[in-house]
Design a protein around this ligand. Structure first.
Ligand SMILES: CC(C)(COP(=O)(O)OP(=O)(O)OC[C@H]1O[C@@H](n2cnc3c(N)ncnc32)[C@H](O)[C@@H]1OP(=O)(O)O)[C@@H](O)C(=O)NCCC(=O)NCCS
Length: 102
């Protein structure tokens, strides 16, 4: 994993192999950053967020709490509603209840 300057990682957050988090980002508590994820600079990620393998987040994006981003997805807009997002660019497909709230 590579974490650049001025980035803060919250408690209980897991950053997996070959994930990259660029400068000035804030990753809140209990996030899971899967292998190969690319988080650009100045990204703000909420609590309990799951970023699937090889997903990418462009700079200056904010992702709210309790969000799932699918494998290989590309986040180009803020994700300000809890839910499951997939694709390039991401679209919401469902809530997160079956993953996060059981
Ligand atoms: C996002 C995810 C959680 C959704 O799982 P799910 O709720 O079981 O979703 P489904 O498989 O029922 O798919 C629902 C729809 O979304 C699409 N979809 C699912 N994941 C997708 C992805 N990553 N990218 C693009 N489309 C995706 C499916 O093709 C399906 O489309 P359709 O309705 O047109 O057929 C899962 O697909 C995923 O990407 N998991 C990430 C796994 C991972 O990275 N693990 C890391 C281990 S360290």
């Amino acid at each position: 994993m590579n974490i650049n300057i001025d980035t803060i990682i919250g408690n209980g957050t897991i950053v997996n192999t070959n994930a990259t988090i660029e400068h000035g980002s804030y990753i809140n508590d209990f996030a899971q950053i899967a292998p190969g994820v690319r988080i650009s600079g100045r990204v703000n990620i909420g609590k309990n967020v799951f970023l699937g393998v090889n997903s990418t987040v462009i700079p200056d994006i904010k992702i709210t709490d309790n969000v799932i981003v699918g494998a290989n997805s590309l986040v180009i807009k803020d994700l300000d509603k809890e839910g499951t997002y997939v694709g390039s660019p991401t679209k919401i497909i469902s809530g997160t209840w079956k993953y996060l709230k059981e």
